[in-house]
Design a protein around this ligand. Sequence first.
Ligand code: SAM
Length: 323
Amino acid sequence: MELPAALRQAVDAQLQGVALADLQRASGILSRRYRAETRDGKWHLSDELAAQAYLAARLPATFAAVTSALQETANICPDFSPRSQLDVGAGPGTALWAASTVWTDLEKALLLEGSNAIRTVGEKLSAHAPVTDVEWRAADVTSGLKDAQASELVTLAYVLDELSETARQKLIAQLWNLTEGMFVIVEPGTPAGWQRILDARAQLQALGAHIAAPCTHSQACGVQAPDWCHFSRRVTRSKIHRLTKEADVPWEDEKFSYLAVSRQPVALSGQRVLMQPKSGGGKVLAKLCSTDGSVVEHLITKRDKALFAQARRVDWGDLLIAE
Ligand SMILES: C[S@@+](CC[C@H](N)C(=O)[O-])C[C@H]1O[C@@H](n2cnc3c(N)ncnc32)[C@H](O)[C@@H]1O
């Protein structure tokens, strides 16, 4: 997946003239802080250079993950077409760009962000977005969401890992209250990210939310540690992305976990593909999340004609429809 052309150009303009060595250094610091899930009271994106490093090194991957999660939600709920969005911990506006890629009817968005540095960058980028009614607000969301209006789509992408457990629970409850249609949470695809998604899933179900994706059921999650439910999206690295990360390969795989919950009941069906299926010799081996909540490794052979035809084409994260 690549960034939309308008976003790519706006990002390039933001990065023009920034010394590569500075971007590399800032990107290294950022990635160490994210990997360690550092919570020392400072914003990870504390200054202009850190914000620029995020654009160069992380935005392509978080855009790909958030777009995939929203696209899968749209596939499950084809009648859902939000006109308003509330995005919290918006960073450079990733979820706004992702949502407007998936839902072209999106008309207005409110983006809350605590770091001045990334908010300034995000505001400049969103001037080029297809959604024209975009409002950015400076807010530390752990101090409440005063004056945030309810929206049809609420998004929270790659933010929970920066909050304490108490702050997470409070924020999730507040965001659910502000959700008119769909609430989508995306986290890094690590065991810790998945655990935060599981916790949010239990909390939201207790609040009456209906699961839309990726689970194909509303039972307890059947994935057992040390395994964890996550997905992967291949991201094309631009030249600046590759140079900033000092990487040789022109792509990377972004691993992510997500949850979409709806105000309306959702008709769940099919089986979610939980890792890249292995195929060969007239067989496909697929790990599937089923409608009864169980996780099974299923060997599909040519004898299951319709299922086999479908299984050969599905990717990690897709739904296999035939039971
Ligand atoms: C990893 S970035 C994700 C940005 C964007 N959502 C994305 O998916 O690319 C996390 C963002 O959440 C913001 N954030 C973290 N804690 C916050 C808080 N308490 N209040 C407001 N923003 C916060 C950070 O400043 C940062 O921009």
